[in-house]
Design a protein around this ligand. Structure first.
Ligand code: 6CS
Ligand code: FE
Length: 310
């Protein structure tokens, strides 16, 4: 039986912060000081080309991982959850800023058996373990819903910036797997990424307010990079923006520091996905690096039970 570890309570002022953010008035672009792909071909299903692509680009798309029947099951469950008054009243359900439309439902891997099984599915978890080169646990999970016409977007950000500042995640040894539950078109608000941006840590300015998550999960402002930094990262470094389009049932794996965003949905076609954030068990969270207090468990786990192999 695997051991459950708990937060290392490191409060010492002398601990090293490899990625200082939200502490200075001047934003900086810092070079990442660690690898992205940690495992090799013998550690999981990905071949060397896929491992190299993840190292190079900071993301990898695996198409047609889940069948149409499986996706229909996930979507049916999501629809039930979103319509359930008890789920809607739960603090783990985040509504849009300007409407009572469901935007995200957090911790679904723990609250729902179907999504719980999905989080341990070897088609996803084996890849996460291989890329991170260790056992993994779920730092955060959620379904994101972007209904036709009314679904809003997410501004440019690095997830790691938030997880480091607000959750105390020490190093970049974490990734997200996004299981697409709908087809993604250029026009219904697909994920946009900047390939290669995971090699640069863009620090942000402005201190984290108390209970920031209540605002940031609806619309993030603190912790998002300024326009000049984004211009430098994308135009200055000669990078591009890619939209990750494709059929439902694909899985996008992306590094925790990849710069990404998504636009609102002005089409009749809904866009939803399940986000599973896998962190290395060797990268468990400490005290927040730049926040007055810790976020709740449903947004950021402080215990790490390894995802079972199977
Ligand atoms: O807060 C989080 O954990 C995630 N959500 C947002 C809006 N930004 C950072 C991170 O992706
Ligand atoms: Fe994100």
């Amino acid at each position: 039986m695997a051991r459950t570890e708990t937060t290392r309570d490191r409060t010492d002022a002398l601990r090293v912060d490899h990625y200082p953010t939200r502490v200075s008035d001047t934003p900086q672009l810092l070079e990442r000081s660690e690898p992205t792909t940690r495992g090799g071909v013998d550690d999981g299903p990905l071949d060397q080309a896929a491992l190299d692509a993840f190292e190079q680009n900071g993301y990898l798309v695996l198409p047609e991982v889940f069948s149409a029947d499986e996706i229909a099951g996930f979507r049916g469950r999501l629809d039930e959850l979103a319509a359930d008054p008890a789920v809607r009243a739960d603090e783990r359900t985040i509504t849009e800023l300007e409407s009572d439309q469901v935007r995200s439902i957090f911790e679904v891997h723990a609250s729902d058996a179907l999504f719980g099984r999905l989080s341990a599915d070897p088609r996803v978890a084996d890849v996460a373990r291989q890329l991170l080169g260790s056992e993994v646990y779920i730092h955060q999970s959620r379904v994101n819903v972007k209904p036709g016409f009314v679904g809003k977007g997410f501004w440019w950000h690095s997830d790691f910036e938030t997880w480091h500042a607000e959750d105390g995640m020490p190093r970049m040894r974490c990734l997200s797997a996004s299981v697409t539950l709908t087809d993604n078109y250029p026009h219904n608000g697909p994920l946009m990424v900047v390939p290669g941006s995971h090699r640069t840590f863009v620090t942000t300015v402005g201190a984290t307010p108390e209970d920031h998550y209540k605002a940031s999960l609806k619309k993030q402002e603190v912790g998002t990079p300024d326009h000049d930094s984004l211009h430098e990262l994308i135009v200055g470094q000669g990078r591009e923006i890619r939209q990750l389009t494709g059929r439902a049932g694909s899985v996008v794996f992306f590094d925790c520091n990849l710069m990404h965003a998504s636009s609102e949905n002005q089409t009749p076609y809904p866009r939803s996905n399940v986000f599973l954030v896998y962190n290395s068990v060797d990268n468990g969270v400490e005290e927040p690096f730049a926040a007055p207090s810790r976020r709740p468990q449903f947004v950021a786990a402080t215990t790490w039970q390894p995802v079972p192999r199977g």
